[in-house]
Ligand binder design. Structure first.
Ligand code: PGA
Length: 251
């Protein structure tokens, strides 16, 4: 049995007071425990405020990105150890917005994955095809490449600290989610590929989140698919009540 994991990716949203208000509301709604693992990824500036409020709750913190070098002259960047120090349990890596706007390729994502794991963070590795790639029938090739290169050098021993998020780029922020069947088909493929890369047992235990326009309205149908083990939520995670409704839609 895989414990579902639902994560809020706030992207570049929320000031410290706004983040603090969300954290207090979510803590109140969730209570001390939750059937699903719940994770929130605020902007770096709000990590410490959110951590303080979520103390004693079941909600974990994630960084939205990191730089793979341990320290030094990398103006504007944040290391894995800094995220860990700020209270993060996870790092979201390889998000399509990082790939698109900041030219992150699979080799760089792989360095970041290794840096995160090396610093004791768990990783949410994002993969997913663009609309054009889907239309060209390239979905499996793209996802396979992102997995193989992103996870290069990792073994079965790392799998327990890894979550994969399948996020079709055409579904992110568009209001056009993949159908449960479309998502399940790729999730199954991800699990099979993960089996070849990390071993069958690790792949069966691997949690694979779906991301891309997840809402309280569509989450239940998506999350009831056999290989969908949670959600990575952007827009609908900005309001505590709607994020909570998504967590609660898990049967
Ligand atoms: P969305 O974003 O829910 O707003 O589509 C998801 C994501 O980018 O992780």
């Amino acid at each position: 049995m895989r414990r579902p994991i639902v994560a809020a990716n706030w992207k570049m949203n929320k000031t410290v007071p706004e983040a603090a208000e969300f954290a207090a509301r979510l803590k109140g709604l969730l209570g001390p425990s939750s059937k699903a693992e719940v994770v929130v990824a605020p902007p770096f500036t709000a990590l410490s405020a959110v951590k303080e409020i979520l103390e004693g709750s079941a909600v974990g913190l994630a960084g939205q990105n990191l730089w793979h070098e341990p320290k030094g002259a990398y103006t504007g960047e944040v290391s894995a150890a800094m995220l860990k120090d700020a209270g993060c349990v996870y790092a979201i890596l390889g998000h399509s917005e990082r790939r698109k706007y900041f030219q992150e390729d699979d080799a760089l994502v792989n360095k970041k994955v290794k840096a995160a794991l090396g610093s004791g963070l768990n990783v949410i590795l994002c993969v997913g095809e663009t609309l054009r790639e889907r239309e060209l029938g390239e979905t499996h090739n793209v996802v396979r490449r992102q997995l193989e290169k992103g996870l290069e050098g990792l073994g079965a021993g790392d799998a327990g600290r890894l979550v994969v998020a399948y996020e079709p780029v055409w579904a992110i922020g568009t209001g056009k989610n993949a159908t449960p069947e479309q998502a399940q088909e790729v999730h199954r493929f991800v699990r099979e590929r993960a089996g070849e890369l990390l071993g069958r047992e690790a792949a069966e235990a691997l949690r694979i989140q779906y991301g891309g326009s997840v809402t309280p309205e569509n989450s239940s149908a998506l999350l009831s698919q056999p290989d969908i083990d949670g959600a990575l939520v952007g827009g609908a995670s900005l309001v505590a009540e709607s994020f909570y409704a998504i967590i609660n839609s898990i049967n």
